[in-house]
Design a protein. Structure first.
Length: 197
């Protein structure tokens, strides 16, 4: 082989190596970004799917769907009203824990609706919430399961108390969220947390 042919082969090999490296790095960066965004929901989705690729495609599809939703922050007046309603639900827990859990579920759904999330189907709610609220999804899942059992009068008072704690985690996150700052990060208001205590 001539020196020119060797040079062409060497360049072709380098180009192939660079292309493979680029694809690998792109996939690793995408995976890292999805893990950071979805947290424990990433791992849960990977466990539930046949492959990591399928799970990552689903999470990406969730992001696309979420980007088409008209999700918006609540007004200060709405946040204050919801914080007051939550306090009332917590007070009712003492006398009627099952009813309070049902009210807590309805209140979380109401906040989601006002924020612009579709709320018809529970699994779709989880999917839509996972994009911005992945850290509280397990709370929501647990609370919802206890609420379903409470409706059949098959939950203990301690389980009902746990459901309230779980609902509160998502409720507070939905209530306190404000629009993204100019640097792309979300700020969180603490005023409603103080009003809620």
């Amino acid at each position: 082989m001539t020196p020119v042919a060797w040079l062409v082969v060497a360049i072709a090999i380098v180009v192939v190596i660079l292309a493979v490296g680029y694809v690998v790095m792109t996939n690793l960066n995408r995976r890292r970004r999805l893990k950071e965004r979805f947290g424990p929901e990433y791992d849960r989705t990977v466990r539930e799917r046949d492959s990591r690729k399928e799970a990552e495609q689903e999470l990406h599809a969730r992001e696309l769907r979420h980007s088409r939703l008209d999700v918006r922050p609540l007004s200060q007046e709405s946040r204050t009203a919801y914080a007051r309603k939550w306090s009332e639900v917590q007070e009712r827990f003492v006398d009627a824990p099952g009813f309070a859990v049902t009210e807590a579920d309805a209140l979380v759904t109401s906040v989601m609706t006002d924020r612009g999330y579709p709320t018809e189907d529970f699994e779709q709610r989880l999917s839509d919430l996972s994009v911005e609220h992945a850290s509280t999804l397990d709370h929501y899942r647990r609370a919802h399961e206890i609420s379903r059992r409470a409706a059949r009068q098959d939950a203990t008072t301690e389980e009902l108390r746990q459901a309230m704690v779980h609902y509160r985690a998502l409720f507070q996150e939905l209530l306190d969220e404000v629009p993204a700052r100019s640097d792309g990060h979300r700020a969180v208001r603490s005023s409603t947390r103080e009003a809620d205590r």
